[in-house]
Design a protein around this ligand. Structure first.
Ligand code: AMP
Ligand code: MN
Ligand code: MN
Length: 326
């Protein structure tokens, strides 16, 4: 893909860059942040990597992961902010408005529905991962790849393609990952860290998640519900949840899978209303990003999500109603 020369020059000429991505970061958010961070550092540019959420333990192997800050320093005089893997600026979390005030903001993303925020943008929903776009940005900046950058890019592509299984897996995903291997990325080690290192609590959570599966709409809709009670009982954390929804989608005949997760905190008191994160996945016959956008969320054709304050029974009924026609 073509990267605008203007944006590359903007990055190269920056002096103090903030690099951030969506909260509850995945392998693409983290891999993209680190790959870009290391590349700008190689150009002697001052960088700070910021993410609101704690870093999932399975990504502990990524280079420089410990230098990602969870605290946004307002005193720092950033001239550029790069926002990665966010369809909407608010996906960053609490610091969104502060980051918006930085003099130049660059939005780099691959979501289908992007609000096109920022002073500069590189948005391409054809790329499997933001890490693919970052690969091109690094090439355009003329920075040489090394093992650390290669490992980060590889991780972003591996995780966002569901280990090269999802329909977004194009030739470029393989080509770039092959090239990253040439620079030292080790596929088996990376995969072992990400997929072979689960907590026992996650396994307990899987048991409860499977127990909760409901099959509706003549077998085309499946719902997993993770209540706060289940999360407390199993001792599972947010980082134990990614991937669980695939059990619901992998069932023969299921077109849309839903995972409803009750938040541990942030209870809106009284009225029985709670905060939920809802994940949606499709087998390819339904655009779940359009469903998520009905609830002010977003995502991709086959994988989307949203956050909502609601009563669990109302949310369930509303989702079943909206998904009933598939
Ligand atoms: P998840 O189900 O949380 O794994 O998210 C699946 C996809 O939906 C990801 O590409 C996210 O970027 C997107 N997504 C999840 N939650 C939200 C949200 N609250 N707003 C916008 N997009 C979201
Ligand atoms: Mn992401
Ligand atoms: Mn992504």
């Amino acid at each position: 893909m073509q990267i605008s020369h203007k944006i590359t020059q903007k990055l190269i000429n920056s002096k103090n860059v903030l690099i951030t991505a969506h909260k509850n970061p995945d392998g693409d958010a983290l891999g993209s942040m680190i790959a870009l961070g290391l590349s700008l550092k190689a150009l002697n540019i001052k960088i700070t990597m910021y993410n609101e959420s704690p870093i999932p333990a399975k990504y502990g192997f990524l280079p420089c992961i410990d230098s990602i800050k969870q605290h946004f320093c307002e005193k720092e005089n950033y001239d550029t902010a790069v926002i990665l893997d966010c369809s909407d600026l608010n996906r960053i979390g609490k610091a969104a408005q502060k980051i918006d005030k930085i003099s130049s903001t660059i939005n780099i993303d691959h979501h289908l529905l992007n609000t096109e925020f920022g002073d500069f943008k590189i948005i391409n929903s054809k790329e499997s991962a933001t890490a693919e776009i970052i690969y091109h940005v690094i090439k355009n900046m003329g920075v040489c790849f090394n093992k650390d950058i290669a490992t980060s890019i590889y991780t972003g592509i591996l995780t966002d393609t569901g280990s090269f299984r999802f329909s977004n897996t194009g030739i470029s995903a393989f080509e770039i990952c092959g090239e990253m291997m040439g620079f030292g990325a080790e596929p088996s080690k990376i995969a072992e860290n990400i997929y072979g290192n689960y907590s026992l609590n996650r396994i307990k959570l899987i048991m409860k998640a499977l127990e909760s599966i409901e099959i509706l709409n003549n077998g085309s809709l499946s719902i997993i519900t993770l209540t706060r009670e289940i999360l407390i009982k199993t001792g599972a954390r947010d980082e134990d949840i990614p991937g669980l929804i695939n059990y619901a989608l992998e069932i023969n005949g299921v077109k849309v899978a839903v995972l409803i997760k009750q938040h541990m905190k942030d209870i809106v008191k009284n009225r029985g209303i709670d905060k939920f994160h809802v994940s949606l996945r499709s087998d390819g016959s339904v655009d779940v990003s359009s469903i998520a956008s009905l609830y002010h969320g977003g995502g991709h054709y086959r994988a989307a999500g949203f956050d909502i304050n609601a009563k669990l029974c109302d949310l369930r009924a509303d989702l079943i109603n909206k998904l009933g026609s598939y």
